[in-house]
Design a protein around this ligand. Structure first.
Ligand SMILES: NC(=O)c1ccc[n+]([C@@H]2O[C@H](COP(=O)([O-])OP(=O)(O)OC[C@H]3O[C@@H](n4cnc5c(N)ncnc54)[C@H](O)[C@@H]3O)[C@@H](O)[C@H]2O)c1
Ligand SMILES: O=C(O)[C@H](O)COP(=O)(O)O
Length: 389
């Protein structure tokens, strides 16, 4: 029986992928084989010695101590693209809300009182304050052209907007999925003076912290809107709010409000709603539950953010997986231990990513526990385990 600890509410549609005959899933498991979570912050958590895998039912993994997990030989999985449409739709909603002053206009009508004739008069009298603009012909800068950024950029093209994208890590596959009408910027700064909207879709890492800051926000048009449905910290909130207060920026839509953003009326704060649709929650939970199950039951790694992706179809009933430091002669030493135990290798795969290397070996006969113990003693080995058929 595999034990799964959930640290957030996870869609039941996803958890149903873990059959009750083989999996116990609770929110209070002391010795879990795997953790499935959403935005729970794991940084201060004591990592159980039993833990073999972490599944993030979503995209961002800045809530998980990846270095600590890699050092312990624990792969972290996420759900690339599974909530991208939900975020894209909220970005598109944000464009309309900002362009048509919808939030302020709703507040205005909510504050009206009187009989119907008086209300009608006030409606007509007030509307000129909320006149907005249309999107065709306006320019949007999209920072980060991954799963979400690409969808946002293509949809904005369909809305008739001019789109400029920036992503130094854009993949060839990613580029193929982008409309040919999207312009390319060489830096964030290059797009700032041109855009009516700037939207960010990058992970929160050192390179993306304070991407918009006190130094570069002044290059933006005073009529421009910044949208941050990615992570708090990517936009320097102080700088953006100061710019709005000084009349140098029009609006800021953020999924990560704080006490500074709450002080500025032109900030539209959302309670981290980007991925909060039933569809996205189901998609993310299904994807990570499948990946965690695949890892626990076969040792195969799909969509890990800290381990290489490694899959080998099973050739025998006797499978061993090893995670070790990515240094020379590890495979040689593992093979020698297997040979010394008279275990014939039927098939084998070894891949590395950064400091981590991962090996799957199928052998022709049963693997004694003493062999696993000997492999675990090798310098640099983090985990070695037999995967039962
Ligand atoms: N608000 C929400 O609920 C919500 C939902 C989903 C994702 N997110 C956030 O959005 C982020 C992006 O999600 P995704 O699914 O598109 O991820 P993704 O991995 O598919 O795309 C991220 C892209 O950012 C690019 N990038 C990295 N550093 C960059 C830099 N310095 N400048 C420009 N581009 C850079 C990468 O090359 C990649 O193409 C996530 O990491 C997460 O933090 C938020
Ligand atoms: O990175 C993500 O996928 C989003 O921020 C979603 O977070 P949530 O699962 O806590 O809604």
């Amino acid at each position: 029986m595999y034990k799964i600890l959930t640290l957030n509410n996870i869609s039941q549609v996803g958890l149903d992928r873990l059959p009750a005959s083989d999996y116990s899933v609770t929110d209070s498991e002391a010795t879990p084989d795997a953790i499935i979570l959403r935005s729970f912050k794991m940084h201060d958590m004591e990592i159980p010695a039993s833990l073999k895998a972490v599944g993030r039912a979503g995209a961002g993994v800045n809530n998980i101590p990846l270095d600590k997990m890699s050092a312990a030989g624990i792969p972290v999985f996420n759900a690339p693209g599974a909530n991208a449409n939900a975020v894209k739709e909220l970005v598109v909603a944000s464009l309309f809300i900002a362009a048509r002053n919808i939030s302020e206009a709703i507040k205005y009508t909510e504050g009206l009182s009187g009989d119907d004739a008086e209300l009608s008069k006030l409606v007509e009298a007030g509307k000129k304050k909320y006149a907005g603009f249309e999107l065709p012909g306006r320019t949007i800068g999209v920072v980060g052209l991954g799963a979400i950024g690409r969808m946002v950029a293509n949809t904005c093209v369909d809305l008739g907007m001019n789109v400029i994208g920036f992503d130094p890590g854009l993949t060839v596959d990613g580029a193929w999925q982008l409309s040919a009408r999207i312009g390319r910027a060489g830096s964030v700064e290059e797009m700032l003076s041109k855009v009516d909207f700037l939207t960010v879709h990058v992970p929160l890492i050192d390179a993306t912290r304070d991407l918009i800051n006190a130094d570069n926000v002044s290059q933006m048009k005073p009529t421009a809107t910044v949208i941050n449905l990615a992570r708090g910290g990517i936009i320097n909130d102080e700088a953006v709010c100061d710019a709005i207060d000084a009349g140098k920026l029009a609006c800021y839509v953020t999924d990560f409000p704080n006490n500074r953003t709450k002080q500025t009326p032109a900030v539209l704060g959302l309670p981290h709603l980007g991925a909060s649709t039933g569809e996205a929650e189901d998609n993310c939970a299904v994807m990570v539950a499948d990946q965690v199950r695949e890892y626990l039951e076969t040792g195969n790694i799909v969509n890990s953010v800290n381990f290489p992706n490694v899959s080998m179809s099973r050739n025998t009933d006797y499978r061993l997986v090893v995670c070790n430091a990515n240094v020379p002669n590890m495979v040689g030493q593992i093979s020698t231990i297997l040979a010394d135990a008279n275990l014939n290798i039927n098939d084998m795969i070894n891949q590395s990513r950064g400091d981590v290397a991962y090996t799957i070996v199928d052998v022709d006969s049963s693997i004694p526990s003493s062999v696993i113990e000997t492999i675990k003693q090798l310098n640099g080995v983090m985990i070695a385990r037999v995967i039962q058929p």
